[in-house]
Design a protein around this ligand. Structure first.
Ligand code: GDP
Ligand code: IMO
Ligand code: MG
Length: 425
């Protein structure tokens, strides 16, 4: 029996991680977010009612589950407080069930400002970030000048730290970006107010997780973004600023790598991407428009339209390797119901997997074509009910990747899944 299951995206994000984490949490005692920040947008639909989560783990809608924000997550206090309040207003008790790591870095107002100023300066070469300050916050962490959640407990020391780091960033804000500097007192006072709300939830998350393991309790580790947005393995520089791949589940939570029992790789039955950067199988025709329309492909965080294209098995295979994926979950199969012909990319026309930006730009995808099933798979819960063409499509993915498909998602609602093998079973 698998006690720790990592759920992560194998593409450029928005694979449906939130929905699947919520589904699997039925079997777990705890859910942990281990990287990323409120750049994530995870959508849960339960009996038609929609909830979008950004920082709060996708286990929060199950009453008996404890939710952890690990040390690897960057936290914007205002965004987290707003999310907690919205959930509380909807009747979800968050404060008694959310535990935040003392070691998690804080996203400060200067990180958000710098993210936006840099993107504006890049003009046409912009990365298309979510503008949430994610990159600058991770930079400060690695530069060892970051402010962590635990630092909010000591007001005096916090003031000194903030004074030093703000002087540094204000120099760039004023002299490089020609923007008005931020006011120390204002930033400090706001932080103290936020600290009052969040500190009661802060604890030693790593310690808590190991206590769960000692009691043989099951833990889900919830990834954000996708493997192709990984800072090392993604389409650099058009990536996010954290490692989105499975190793982060350990480093961003404090569990050991040998304590991960199963890695569930989520892939849409096609591909989407928000923001700029390479996307070999992107479609600019009616098929792309139909994917966007049927999949309702708009970002859950920024509302931006998502770019759409065919499933890319070359990239998926690479994601499976870098994550050590145990089983796959194919989501949004129902979106393909309307297509007479479905394609999947099986080759990049080059011996090597692209690594550099210029290698990515020259990728020439070749495709395998499949006959569409042109009937509804929406809401199916039994694999026997799948049309023969859909079975062929799924078997092809398994044979190509050499990894079994353990879950097929057939609609956005919690109930709409074919669970072939439960990762915690
Ligand atoms: P995440 O960031 O990986 O959690 O994914 P998002 O929530 O950003 O995007 C996935 C979108 O697809 C959400 O709007 C979900 O409600 C929706 N969704 C998830 N699974 C399915 C599915 O199997 N079929 C359909 N039609 N929609 C789905
Ligand atoms: P979830 O968890 C899709 C993308 C941004 C941009 C790049 C860098 O919902 O799958 P950042 O703000 O992180 O510095 O932006 O990464 N991006 C996402 N794309 N889903 C996400 O999260 C994303 N989080 C960041 O669009 O291209
Ligand atoms: Mg999302």
């Amino acid at each position: 029996m698998n006690k720790t299951v990592v759920v992560l995206g194998t593409q450029w994000g928005d694979e449906g991680k939130g929905k699947i984490v919520d589904l699997l949490t039925e079997e777990a005692i705890a859910v942990v977010r281990y990287q990323g920040g409120h750049n994530a947008g995870h959508t849960l639909i339960i009996d038609g009612e929609k909830t979008v989560l950004h920082l709060v783990p996708s286990g929060i809608l199950r009453d008996d589950v404890t939710c952890y924000i690990g040390n690897g997550v960057v936290i914007e206090p205002a965004a987290l407080i707003k999310e907690i309040e919205q959930l509380s207003a909807a009747g979800v008790d968050v404060r008694s069930r959310l535990v935040i790591s003392h070691a998690a870095p804080v996203i400060m107002p200067y990180h958000i400002l710098l993210d936006q100023l840099r993107e504006a300066k890049r003009g046409k070469k912009a990365i298309g970030t979510t503008g949430r300050g994610i990159g600058p916050a991770y930079e400060d962490k690695v530069a060892r000048r970051g402010i962590r959640m635990g630092d909010l407990a000591d007001a005096e020391t916090l003031r000194h730290k903030l004074q030093e780091v703000l002087a540094y960033h204000n120099h760039v804000i004023e002299h490089y970006h020609a923007h008005e500097p931020l006011d120390l007192e204002q930033v400090y006072q706001q932080l103290l107010q936020q600290a009052e709300q969040l500190l009661p939830m802060c604890d030693d998350v790593t310690g808590c997780l190991h206590t769960h393991l000692q009691k043989s309790e099951k833990i889900l580790l919830e990834g954000a973004q996708g493997s192709l947005l990984d800072i090392d393995h993604g389409t650099y520089p058009f990536v996010t600023s954290s490692n989105t791949t499975a190793g982060s589940a350990a480093s961003g939570s404090g569990l050991g790598v040998t304590q991960m029992d199963y890695v569930l790789g989520i892939t849409k039955a096609y591909t989407t991407r928000v923001g700029s950067g390479p996307f070999p199988t992107e479609l600019f025709d009616d098929d792309g428009a139909l994917l966007a329309e049927r999949g309702v492909e708009f970002g859950a965080t920024t509302g931006r339209p998502r770019r759409c294209g065919w499933l890319d098995l070359v990239a998926l295979k690479r994601s499976i390797q870098v994550n050590g994926v145990t089983g796959l979950c194919i989501t949004k199969l129902d979106v393909l119901d309307a297509f007479a012909e479905i394609k999947v990319c099986v080759d990049y026309g080059d011996a090597q997997f692209p690594v550099t930006a210029s290698q990515w730009e020259t990728v020439k995808p070749s495709y395998q074509s499949f006959k569409g099933w042109q009937s509804s798979t929406r809401g199916l819960t039994d694999a026997n009910g799948l049309p023969a063409e859909a079975k062929t499509f799924i078997e092809f993915v398994e044979n190509y990747t050499k990894v079994p498909v353990h879950i097929i998602s057939t609609g956005p609602d919690r109930q709409e899944n074919i669970v072939i093998q439960h990762p915690m079973g």
